[in-house]
Design a binder for this molecule. Structure first.
Ligand code: PHE
Length: 327
């Protein structure tokens, strides 16, 4: 039996084989262990005699076993070193360089052209309080913009949080935060419960402009919009204002621009409503201001003749490559 065991140990090719050998020849159920148990039924003389034989066999086996175990471990390590080695002289795999999405490029372009005339960039949270998104902007509780169709309300409703439906709450945050003169633009994501189609997406981007200073008039607003439109769409581009209504501006207007032979709606604007100024602790007798807000997807689509919103949101590299990304 001992010879058989030694042969089995020596025949083991790997640690798994050896584990089985241990179970078969050394473990609790091995003949060796069983003979050891049977010692109890022998006379004391025989017990001493066979005990010695079994003990010697066991210690001999254990020794051979440990030696084999060690050498197999060493073999395994050596094998791992060989097969898992990394050739650091191989050339790396070619990967396309990453790049900025055209919307990000446009946001940067707009930020730059306003930074250039002394504006600051302001950002606010996309998860916004109902109060800042609506109430502080003079949007009453029964205003259609609040209904379930347009606004993503967040559970629990008592928390009074929404995914902001426009960037105008950043106006309020800015006015509560800093004293006039204020010259800021606020680019960012906004959310409305629309299906994704060729012209809509439930998540889109706006850029908001806000100016509060002494003697600000609608002429300043018009001049700023002209500068904005010409910088984005080209020198020859004109803008026009059409009377409109927003609760947070008075008077309010829609701004259009003339591009490729037609008038295109761009966004909303107006003089900041005195009620809003007062709510933000700004004295309407001393200060006045204007605000404007437009969609960036729309701006991008018009500027580059993109016909389908899907192209902007789907992240296909071939689309971004038109804008110099990943070439
Ligand atoms: N917040 C308005 C919207 O999302 C746009 C707007 C901004 C209008 C600023 C007037 C002044 O539709």
């Amino acid at each position: 039996d001992e010879k058989l065991a030694i042969a089995a140990i020596n025949a083991a090719k790997n640690l798994e084989d050896l584990k089985q050998v241990k179970i078969d020849f050394i473990g609790d159920k091995s003949p060796l262990a069983k003979s050891n148990q049977r010692l109890g039924s022998l006379s004391s003389e025989q017990r001493a005699q066979f005990g010695k034989i079994i003990g010697a066999a066991r210690s001999n086996l254990n020794q051979i076993f440990s030696a084999k175990n060690e050498s197999l471990e060493r073999e395994k390590d050596a094998h791992a070193l060989l097969t898992e080695r990394v050739d650091i002289t191989l050339p790396n795999r070619q990967s396309l360089p990453g790049g900025l999405h055209p919307l990000t490029l446009l946001t940067n372009e707009i930020s730059d052209l306003f930074l250039g005339i002394g504006y600051e960039i302001k950002e606010g949270p996309e998860l916004e309080s109902e109060w800042l998104n609506f109430d502080a902007l003079n949007i009453p509780a029964d205003h259609p913009a609040r209904t379930m169709q347009d606004t993503f309300f967040i559970e629990p409703l008592e928390a009074k949080l929404v995914l902001r439906t426009h960037t105008s709450p950043v106006q309020i945050r800015t006015m509560l935060d800093q004293k006039p003169p204020i010259y800021v633009i606020c680019p960012g994501k906004v959310y409305r419960a629309d299906e994704l189609d060729a012209t809509h997406t439930p998540v889109f981007h706006q850029v908001e402009g806000l100016v509060i200073d002494e003697n600000i008039t609608m002429a300043d607003l018009k001049g700023t919009l002209d500068y904005f439109a010409k910088s984005i769409f080209g020198e020859g581009v004109k803008t026009r204002l059409r009377p409109s209504y927003f609760p947070f501006t008075e008077p309010s207007a829609e701004v259009d621009f003339f591009f490729n032979g037609r008038w295109i709606e761009w966004g909303g604007c107006g003089m900041v409503n005195e009620k809003v100024l007062t709510a933000c602790g700004i004295d309407p007798k001393r200060y006045s201001g204007f605000a404007f807000g437009m969609g960036l997807e729309r701006t991008l689509m018009v500027k580059y003749g993109i016909e389908d919103m899907h192209d902007i949101v789907e992240g296909d590299i071939r689309f971004s490559q038109h804008f110099g990304v990943g070439k």
